[in-house]
Design a protein around this ligand. Structure first.
Ligand code: DOR
Ligand code: ZN
Length: 443
């Protein structure tokens, strides 16, 4: 007994693969055989055949920036509900940010998450805090964290304000080969801010967060990184790997573009809400809570810069920043709303609607941004479409038109600015850890 996914478009950027074909998966979850068109696979009498009719079988999507709120805020999300949202969105793995209660900043927290993630249908990568309780004062135990399999550190939600501490973070992260994920925001500039500072914040009478909050922290970090690389006091120390979370402005993208041109190990991600919406959408929205997040929705020019950088390759990954909150934390005046929106269930739909069907990128690049690049950035092994390899697939119908409603949400959070939006392109399910999820039966 095996499952054959027949007549699919097989896309796996890790192997430069984009071909029509069929793939046979054994009961133990391993790829048994692959046939590229015009070859086909012969189904045995016990085999289940899933006819794909040219729809996409992609390498499993990986979301490198999620908040599942466990431990401590299970009323917003749990590992189980977050994973169900991930499966519904077509993700086979996610990386969890450490801003839980308590903050994940040591081996105890990492062990807790690893233990509770064992039975989940998706892979969980643990991102630890850079500093204890993300307070920016004391370095987290990078060596121990690394020996517990942690591959990345981040004080997401807060950037380390102290430059001397940030220098230590760079030096220690480099020596333990940890990826540094920075939420670039100068907190003093953004203090008390609700939305992007500009005409719309003035019209609404809401306190603004200036764009410079993002670029000031990013520039500081790039200058530090450049200095440390140029003045290696201890030559065998490796160079740090720096990843900018949820980039939202043209100037920040220009800085990343320049850093890459200078040969620095810098990568960045963007969220679907930042490539789709602007602060004008917040202004025009009735209920504004679901349009409040950090970084804030920005100007049309900044949104256009994000679209350009997705097309020209400066942006390496799409990540959701899935940030579930309870209704009472969002259905309230905008200056009292919690920051963040859910994103797992809408990421594929928005990527295809806003980027692929508009001709900005092709399907292959979409899968690169959603699957192979985030895995590479996180230091994870590539998914391989080869006999003997575990089957790790996401199924996508790039042509399906659908309207996103609350019934599509598997997260505990309902805080999406995209409720009621019609999209083209939809995840159909995943195959991972020896199990098929999705297609019509779970809808
Ligand atoms: O909007 C946001 N929400 N931005 C962040 O950086 C953190 C996140 C959260 O944890 O809710
Ligand atoms: Zn963040």
């Amino acid at each position: 007994m095996a499952i054959i996914f027949q007549n699919a478009r097989l896309i796996n950027p890790a192997q430069n693969l984009d071909m029509q074909g069929s793939v046979r998966v054994s009961l133990n979850g391993m790829i048994d055989s692959i046939a590229f068109a015009p070859e086909t696979l012969e189904a045995g009498p016990d085999d289940r055949v899933v006819e794909m009719n040219g729809k996409i079988v992609a390498s499993g999507l990986f979301d490198m920036h999620c908040h599942f709120r466990e431990p401590g805020q299970e009323y917003k999300e749990t590992l189980e509900t977050g994973s169900r949202a991930a499966v519904a969105g077509g993700f086979t793995g996610v990386a969890l940010m450490p801003n839980t209660k308590p903050v994940i900043d040591g081996p105890l927290g990492a062990a807790y998450l690893r233990h509770n993630a064992r039975e989940l249908p998706i892979d969980i990568e643990i991102v630890s805090a850079m500093t204890l309780e993300s307070r920016g004062e004391t370095l987290a135990p990078f060596g121990k964290l690394s020996s517990y399999g942690v591959k990345a550190v981040s004080d997401d939600g807060r950037a380390v304000p102290d430059s001397r501490m940030m220098r230590l973070v760079f030096e220690y992260a480099a020596s333990f080969d940890l990826l540094l994920i920075q939420h670039c925001e100068d907190a003093s500039l953004g203090e008390g801010g609700v939305m992007n500072e500009g005409a719309y914040s003035a019209l609404l009478g809401l306190k603004g967060i200036p764009e410079a909050a993002e670029t000031i922290t990013l520039s500081r970090d790039l200058l530090l990184m450049e200095y440390l690389q140029a003045h290696k006091l201890n030559p065998p120390v490796s160079t740090p790997k720096y990843h900018v979370a949820h980039v939202s402005t043209r100037k920040a993208l220009d800085l990343v573009r320049q850093a890459k041109a200078d040969g620095m190990q810098v990568t960045c991600e963007v969220t679907p809400h930042h490539f789709t919406l602007t602060d004008q959408d917040l202004y025009e929205a009735g209920e504004k809570g679901n349009f409040i997040m950090k970084p804030p929705l920005s100007s049309r020019d900044n949104r256009d810069a994000v679209l350009e950088a997705l097309a020209d390759g400066v942006i390496d990954a799409i990540a959701t920043d899935h940030a579930p909150h309870a209704r009472h934390e969002k259905e309230c005046p905008p200056d009292q709303a919690a920051f963040g929106v859910i994103g797992l269930e809408t990421s594929v739909g928005l990527t295809f609607s806003e980027l692929v069907h508009t001709g900005r990128i092709n399907e292959y690049r979409a899968i690169e941004l959603l699957s192979s690049n985030p895995r590479t950035i996180m230091g994870l092994p590539p998914v391989l479409f080869e006999p003997g390899q575990p089957a790790n697939f996401t199924f996508i119908d790039p042509e399906e038109n659908w309207t996103f409603t609350e019934s599509d949400i598997r997260s505990k959070g309902r805080n999406s600015p995209f409720l009621g939006r019609t999209m083209k392109g939809r995840p159909l399910g995943i195959y991972h850890k020896g199990a098929l999820h999705g297609f019509a039966q779970d809808r």
